[in-house]
Design a protein around this ligand. Structure first.
Ligand SMILES: CC(C)(COP(=O)(O)OP(=O)(O)OC[C@H]1O[C@@H](n2cnc3c(N)ncnc32)[C@H](O)[C@@H]1OP(=O)(O)O)[C@@H](O)C(=O)NCCC(=O)NCCS
Length: 179
Protein backbone atom coordinates (compact mmCIF):
# COMPACT_ATOMS: atom_id res chain seq x y z
CA UNK A 1 0.00 0.00 0.00
CA UNK A 2 1.09 3.56 -0.68
CA UNK A 3 -0.28 6.79 0.72
CA UNK A 4 -0.33 10.27 -0.78
CA UNK A 5 1.64 12.26 1.77
CA UNK A 6 2.98 14.75 -0.79
CA UNK A 7 1.36 14.85 -4.19
CA UNK A 8 2.62 16.26 -7.48
CA UNK A 9 1.53 16.06 -11.13
CA UNK A 10 3.28 12.79 -12.04
CA UNK A 11 4.21 11.23 -8.73
CA UNK A 12 3.51 11.23 -5.03
CA UNK A 13 5.60 10.48 -1.96
CA UNK A 14 4.51 7.75 0.42
CA UNK A 15 6.07 6.56 3.69
CA UNK A 16 8.43 3.62 3.18
CA UNK A 17 6.63 0.27 2.98
CA UNK A 18 8.92 -2.68 3.88
CA UNK A 19 6.75 -4.80 1.56
CA UNK A 20 8.51 -3.03 -1.32
CA UNK A 21 11.77 -4.70 -0.25
CA UNK A 22 11.92 -6.91 -3.35
CA UNK A 23 11.76 -3.87 -5.65
CA UNK A 24 14.41 -2.05 -3.62
CA UNK A 25 16.63 -5.15 -3.67
CA UNK A 26 16.33 -5.37 -7.46
CA UNK A 27 17.18 -1.68 -7.89
CA UNK A 28 20.10 -1.77 -5.47
CA UNK A 29 21.64 -4.76 -7.20
CA UNK A 30 21.53 -3.01 -10.59
CA UNK A 31 24.99 -1.62 -11.36
CA UNK A 32 23.52 0.95 -13.77
CA UNK A 33 21.64 2.44 -10.80
CA UNK A 34 24.30 2.01 -8.10
CA UNK A 35 26.97 3.56 -10.36
CA UNK A 36 25.63 6.83 -9.00
CA UNK A 37 25.22 5.71 -5.37
CA UNK A 38 27.38 4.94 -2.37
CA UNK A 39 25.68 1.55 -2.07
CA UNK A 40 27.57 0.19 -5.11
CA UNK A 41 29.95 -1.45 -2.63
CA UNK A 42 27.24 -2.77 -0.28
CA UNK A 43 25.79 -6.26 -0.19
CA UNK A 44 22.02 -5.88 -0.57
CA UNK A 45 20.07 -9.05 0.20
CA UNK A 46 16.27 -9.29 0.34
CA UNK A 47 16.41 -10.16 4.04
CA UNK A 48 18.79 -7.29 4.84
CA UNK A 49 16.79 -4.82 2.76
CA UNK A 50 13.54 -5.71 4.56
CA UNK A 51 15.17 -4.97 7.90
CA UNK A 52 16.75 -1.81 6.55
CA UNK A 53 13.42 -0.54 5.20
CA UNK A 54 11.69 -1.30 8.50
CA UNK A 55 14.06 1.10 10.24
CA UNK A 56 13.93 3.62 7.41
CA UNK A 57 10.13 3.73 7.70
CA UNK A 58 10.58 5.79 10.89
CA UNK A 59 12.59 8.48 9.08
CA UNK A 60 11.69 11.23 6.63
CA UNK A 61 12.47 8.91 3.75
CA UNK A 62 9.72 8.35 1.19
CA UNK A 63 8.89 6.07 -1.69
CA UNK A 64 8.37 7.85 -5.00
CA UNK A 65 5.20 6.41 -6.54
CA UNK A 66 3.99 6.87 -10.13
CA UNK A 67 0.61 8.59 -9.80
CA UNK A 68 -0.88 6.84 -12.87
CA UNK A 69 -0.01 3.26 -11.91
CA UNK A 70 0.63 3.44 -8.14
CA UNK A 71 3.93 1.66 -8.83
CA UNK A 72 6.91 2.51 -6.62
CA UNK A 73 9.80 3.81 -8.75
CA UNK A 74 12.39 5.05 -6.24
CA UNK A 75 13.02 6.90 -3.05
CA UNK A 76 13.87 10.37 -1.74
CA UNK A 77 14.76 11.21 1.84
CA UNK A 78 16.31 13.49 4.40
CA UNK A 79 19.22 12.53 6.65
CA UNK A 80 21.28 14.26 9.34
CA UNK A 81 18.36 16.52 10.28
CA UNK A 82 19.44 19.25 12.71
CA UNK A 83 16.54 21.30 14.08
CA UNK A 84 18.73 23.82 15.86
CA UNK A 85 20.62 24.88 12.75
CA UNK A 86 17.68 23.92 10.48
CA UNK A 87 19.85 21.80 8.16
CA UNK A 88 19.67 18.38 6.54
CA UNK A 89 21.11 16.30 3.72
CA UNK A 90 18.83 15.09 0.91
CA UNK A 91 19.29 12.02 -1.26
CA UNK A 92 17.32 10.47 -4.10
CA UNK A 93 17.30 7.60 -6.55
CA UNK A 94 14.85 6.37 -9.13
CA UNK A 95 15.49 2.62 -9.32
CA UNK A 96 13.18 1.98 -12.27
CA UNK A 97 15.31 3.15 -15.20
CA UNK A 98 12.24 3.52 -17.47
CA UNK A 99 11.44 6.61 -15.43
CA UNK A 100 14.79 8.37 -15.83
CA UNK A 101 14.86 11.69 -17.65
CA UNK A 102 11.09 12.21 -17.57
CA UNK A 103 10.86 14.80 -14.83
CA UNK A 104 9.97 12.44 -11.97
CA UNK A 105 13.20 13.01 -10.04
CA UNK A 106 12.94 16.80 -10.22
CA UNK A 107 9.30 16.67 -9.12
CA UNK A 108 9.91 14.17 -6.28
CA UNK A 109 12.78 16.16 -4.86
CA UNK A 110 10.80 19.41 -5.14
CA UNK A 111 7.90 17.80 -3.22
CA UNK A 112 10.20 16.77 -0.36
CA UNK A 113 11.98 20.15 -0.30
CA UNK A 114 8.63 21.97 -0.08
CA UNK A 115 7.69 19.75 2.87
CA UNK A 116 11.13 20.17 4.46
CA UNK A 117 10.97 23.97 4.30
CA UNK A 118 7.27 24.53 5.06
CA UNK A 119 6.41 21.71 7.45
CA UNK A 120 9.69 20.62 9.03
CA UNK A 121 10.90 24.26 9.15
CA UNK A 122 14.32 23.41 7.72
CA UNK A 123 16.30 26.17 6.02
CA UNK A 124 19.51 24.84 4.43
CA UNK A 125 19.66 21.47 2.66
CA UNK A 126 22.70 19.95 0.97
CA UNK A 127 23.50 16.98 -1.21
CA UNK A 128 26.46 15.14 -2.64
CA UNK A 129 26.67 14.02 -6.25
CA UNK A 130 29.35 12.30 -8.32
CA UNK A 131 30.94 14.49 -10.97
CA UNK A 132 29.88 12.19 -13.85
CA UNK A 133 26.19 12.22 -12.87
CA UNK A 134 25.19 14.91 -15.36
CA UNK A 135 21.51 14.03 -15.31
CA UNK A 136 21.31 14.49 -11.55
CA UNK A 137 23.32 17.73 -11.58
CA UNK A 138 21.05 19.16 -14.29
CA UNK A 139 17.96 18.25 -12.24
CA UNK A 140 19.39 19.76 -9.03
CA UNK A 141 20.32 23.03 -10.77
CA UNK A 142 16.78 23.30 -12.17
CA UNK A 143 15.42 23.03 -8.63
CA UNK A 144 17.74 25.81 -7.40
CA UNK A 145 20.71 23.95 -5.88
CA UNK A 146 24.05 25.72 -6.16
CA UNK A 147 27.46 24.09 -6.15
CA UNK A 148 29.22 24.97 -2.90
CA UNK A 149 32.34 22.90 -3.24
CA UNK A 150 34.14 19.91 -4.59
CA UNK A 151 35.71 17.11 -2.66
CA UNK A 152 38.55 16.29 -5.02
CA UNK A 153 39.30 12.73 -6.07
CA UNK A 154 37.27 11.24 -3.23
CA UNK A 155 35.52 8.58 -5.31
CA UNK A 156 37.14 5.49 -6.83
CA UNK A 157 35.13 3.71 -9.54
CA UNK A 158 36.13 1.57 -12.49
CA UNK A 159 39.84 2.03 -11.80
CA UNK A 160 39.44 5.79 -12.06
CA UNK A 161 39.15 8.56 -9.54
CA UNK A 162 36.42 11.22 -9.49
CA UNK A 163 35.37 14.34 -7.61
CA UNK A 164 32.32 14.49 -5.37
CA UNK A 165 30.35 17.70 -5.86
CA UNK A 166 28.58 19.36 -2.92
CA UNK A 167 25.46 21.44 -3.62
CA UNK A 168 23.04 23.23 -1.34
CA UNK A 169 19.73 25.06 -1.43
CA UNK A 170 18.21 27.59 0.97
CA UNK A 171 14.48 28.09 1.24
CA UNK A 172 14.76 31.48 -0.52
CA UNK A 173 16.50 29.79 -3.48
CA UNK A 174 13.67 27.28 -3.69
CA UNK A 175 10.82 29.79 -3.45
CA UNK A 176 12.73 32.60 -5.24
CA UNK A 177 12.13 34.94 -2.32
CA UNK A 178 14.40 37.06 -0.15
CA UNK A 179 14.41 36.35 3.58
C1 LIG B 1 19.20 11.60 -10.62
C2 LIG B 1 17.72 11.33 -10.81
C3 LIG B 1 17.02 11.30 -9.46
C4 LIG B 1 17.11 12.47 -11.65
O1 LIG B 1 15.75 12.21 -11.84
P1 LIG B 1 15.16 12.19 -13.34
O2 LIG B 1 13.71 12.01 -13.24
O3 LIG B 1 15.93 11.19 -14.15
O4 LIG B 1 15.56 13.65 -13.82
P2 LIG B 1 14.63 14.74 -14.55
O5 LIG B 1 14.05 14.11 -15.78
O6 LIG B 1 13.71 15.33 -13.58
O7 LIG B 1 15.72 15.84 -14.94
C5 LIG B 1 16.91 15.45 -15.60
C6 LIG B 1 17.42 16.56 -16.49
O8 LIG B 1 18.65 16.13 -17.06
C7 LIG B 1 18.51 15.96 -18.47
N1 LIG B 1 19.17 14.70 -18.80
C8 LIG B 1 18.62 13.47 -18.96
N2 LIG B 1 19.58 12.58 -19.25
C9 LIG B 1 20.74 13.23 -19.23
C10 LIG B 1 22.08 12.87 -19.44
N3 LIG B 1 22.42 11.61 -19.73
N4 LIG B 1 23.05 13.83 -19.35
C11 LIG B 1 22.73 15.10 -19.05
N5 LIG B 1 21.46 15.52 -18.83
C12 LIG B 1 20.49 14.59 -18.94
C13 LIG B 1 17.04 15.92 -18.74
O9 LIG B 1 16.79 16.35 -20.06
C14 LIG B 1 16.52 16.86 -17.67
O10 LIG B 1 16.75 18.21 -17.98
P3 LIG B 1 15.63 19.12 -18.75
O11 LIG B 1 14.36 19.00 -17.96
O12 LIG B 1 16.21 20.47 -18.73
O13 LIG B 1 15.49 18.54 -20.12
C15 LIG B 1 17.49 9.96 -11.55
O14 LIG B 1 17.96 10.03 -12.88
C16 LIG B 1 18.16 8.81 -10.84
O15 LIG B 1 17.68 8.36 -9.84
N6 LIG B 1 19.29 8.31 -11.37
C17 LIG B 1 19.99 7.16 -10.80
C18 LIG B 1 20.44 7.32 -9.36
C19 LIG B 1 21.05 8.68 -9.09
O16 LIG B 1 21.80 9.20 -9.89
N7 LIG B 1 20.72 9.26 -7.93
C20 LIG B 1 21.25 10.54 -7.52
C21 LIG B 1 22.52 10.39 -6.78
S1 LIG B 1 23.20 11.95 -6.26
Amino acid sequence: MHFKKMTGKNCYLSPINPEDAEKFTTWLNDPEVTRYLKTATHIISLHGEKEFLQNLAKEHVYTIVDIKTDNPIGTVGLAQMDHINRTAEIGIFIGDKNYWGKGYGTEAMSLLLDYAFKTLDLYSIFLRVYEYNERAIRSYKKIGFKQIGTRRKALRRDLKVYDIIYMDILSEDFYHTTQ
